[in-house]
Structures are given as structure tokens and as C-alpha cells.
Design a protein around this ligand. Structure first.
Ligand code: FES
Length: 318
């Protein structure tokens, strides 16, 4: 389901990150969500080659219980497909924007006795709504936010000043000590990590070393699809050939050609867009976090939201 909303506020949070607030144009309440949810923003642009529709998913950073508006934070990626650049340079207060209803792939496990949230860089975003939920429901938590410099720490402006909110700026010599963060937490604590792959892996390693059960360790790794060289795919059921442009994801190209593929995260993490490959003469460039190493090597599966192709022929079971 899609919502046509109005951009009511834009704020520069750091040199590269802007906050956007969307509200219903008639002031109607929006569907509430749970901490960690995301929505997909639709960006339509007229170019010489025709209309391009990009869809990027962003974590909601606003209060999950506030139906008055949705807020997201967008980091400008100059080398990306153009979605974040569009948000930074083309979207103005007062514009209308189409978004999906929120969906959550990174929920808090409410059976936990305590929640430890660890965010790196722009990976702080899902925690901004989670900590509002945790505060509201009066659940015990602590949050650790790591960034290289204050300029990169866009979340600083949005975090409450509280004893259980810890900021680690490595340029200032306050690197996060994961051993100290995870050791000694009460039994039944869950840890959640969002940020660069290295941080997610380091938290998982440290938790395993300390004997944390796997079910208590959560992470969110979805990222924006990368641009790349153009390529073509063939739809097995119809024989239709579809061209994927350099600044388009395979999923966006399929959507533009009205070939329906399910999706949610659009960042290679939820598995919803999993598509079977019926013929592959070349190499699939797997950029997702979903397929196993064996599945990648077999080249019989692809996640169209993230992955690309290099070679003579790629045919999809669609
Ligand atoms: S839409 Fe989630 S993995 Fe592709």
C-alpha cells in the first residue's frame, strides 16, 4: 500500500545527512509502526531517457506511536544510483512524495530482559525509533553509538542525553570496547547491531566468545543497491528482454518493465525478492546479505534488489 504524503520539514543533521519529515496533506493520522521499521520512498525523475523511478528503503527515526508524521534520515551517497542524491538535491519542503506503509524486519525481541543497541555511522537510524519505543514501554536498555568523527555522527542531534546513551567518537580517542559493552550483561539480554559489516561481525564474534545464545544476537545489514555496468536479463516465461541501466537496480528495471517481483527491504536482507535463475552464461554479482555461499556459487538464485550481472545471458524464472 502506498501513501501520498507532504514533505513538511527538512533539516541538515551533518554535512552528509538530512532529516526529512512527511505528513498526510489533510492532517490525517498515519499508520503507527514498531521500532526498527522502515519505509520505501518512491522518487520519480524525468530524464532524457524517459521517466526513472527509484525506490529506496530507509529506517524510520520518528516516534513509532506518533501518527502525526514519519521521519527518515538520508545520507548523501555521491557514488550511489542517485536516490540519496535526489533526496538531497531535488526534494523540498512542500513537495508531495510517495512512500510505502512501514514494514519491520528489525523488531525488538520483547521477551528480552534488557536490550543493548549498537549503531555505527548512519546505522544509528533504526535505533532512533526503537529507543522511543523502549522509553515509552519503560524497558531497560543501553545504546552505544560509534562514529569516526562528530561530522559523521549525524545521530548526535537526535539522541537523548541520558546515562544509558553512550557515544564513542574514535577520532577523539573514545573507541567502543565491545568486550566491555557485552561482558557482564544480565542473563536474557539481547544485542542489536546496525552499521558497517565489520561492526556487525565484531559484535557477533564477541557475543559468541562470551557464550551469548545466537537467538539473542540481532543485526540489520541492509544497504542501498550499488550502481554498476548496464546489463540485460531475459524473462523466461515471455522471452522479454529487459535492459538494466548503470544507475538502476535489477529490481527497478523489472518494475519499470511492469514485471512484478515482491520486495520489502530493497537492500538484500529480507529475502522477499528471491528469484530463481533458469539460465546463466556469465557471473552474477551477488551484493545481498541473504544467499548462502553455496547458493551464490551455484548461480541459480539472485536477489534483484541488490545484485547485478556480467556476461552473455541471464534468464530469470519470472
Ligand atoms: S527486497 Fe529484501 S532482499 Fe530483496
Amino acid at each position: 500500500m502506498k501513501l501520498a504524503l507532504k514533505v513538511t520539514e527538512i533539516e541538515q543533521l551533518s554535512p552528509l545527512v538530512k532529516r526529512f519529515r512527511f505528513e498526510d496533506p489533510a492532517g490525517m493520522a498515519l499508520p503507527v509502526f514498531s521500532g526498527g521499521a522502515h519505509l520505501t520512498v518512491e522518487m520519480s525523475e524525468r530524464t532524457e531517457a524517459g521517466e526513472i523511478i527509484r525506490r529506496n528503503s530507509y529506517s524510520l527515526i520518528s516516534d513509532p506511536y506518533d501518527g502525526g508524521g514519519y521521519e527518515i534520515a538520508v545520507r548523501r551517497e555521491d557514488k550511489g544510483r542517485g536516490g540519496s542524491l535526489y533526496m538531497h538535491t531535488k526534494v523540498a519542503e512542500g513537495d508531495e512524495i510517495t512512500v510505502s506503509v512501514p514494514s519491520n524486519l528489525f523488531q525488538l525481541d520483547l521477551r528480552a530482559r534488557k536490550h543493548v543497541l549498537i549503531g555505527g555511522g548512519i546505522g544509528i537510524t533504526p535505533f532512533l525509533s526503537q529507543l522511543k519505543q523502549l522509553d515509552m514501554e519503560q524497558r531497560p536498555y543501553e545504546l552505544h553509538y560509534a562514529a569516526r568523527s562528530r561530522d559523521e555522527a549525524a545521530g548526535l542531534k537526535l539522541l537523548p542525553q541520558a546515562a544509558h546513551v553512550h557515544v564513542h567518537i574514535s577520532e577523539e580517542g573514545s573507541r567502543m570496547d565491545l568486550g566491555a559493552v557485552l561482558d557482564g550483561q544480565p542473563l536474557g539480554t539481547h544485542v542489536y547491531t546496525c552499521g558497517p559489516g565489520g561492526l556487525i561481525a565484531a559484535v557477533a564474534d564477541q557475543a559468541a566468545r562470551l557464550g551469548w545464545p545466537k537467538a539473542s544476537v540481532h543485526s540489520e545489514a541492509f544497504t542501498a543497491p550499488p550502481p554498476g555496468e548496464p546489463f540485460d536479463v531475459v524473462i523466461a516465461s515471455t522471452g522479454q528482454s529487459i535492459h538494466v541501466k548503470a544507475d538502476q537496480s535489477l529490481l527497478e528495471a523489472l518494475e519499470a518493465a511492469r514485471v512484478e517481483v515482491e520486495y520489502s527491504c530493497r537492500g538484500g536482507a529480507c529475502g522477499r525478492c528471491h528469484t530463481k535463475v533458469t539460465a546463466c552464461d556469465g557471473r552474477i554479482l551477488h551484493n545481498d546479505h541473504w544467499l548462502s555461499d553455496d547458493e551464490r556459487a551455484a548461480q541459480q538464485d539472485i536477489m534483484p534488489c541488490m545484485s547485478r550481472f556480467k556476461g552473455a545471458r541471464l534468464e530469470l524464472d519470472l
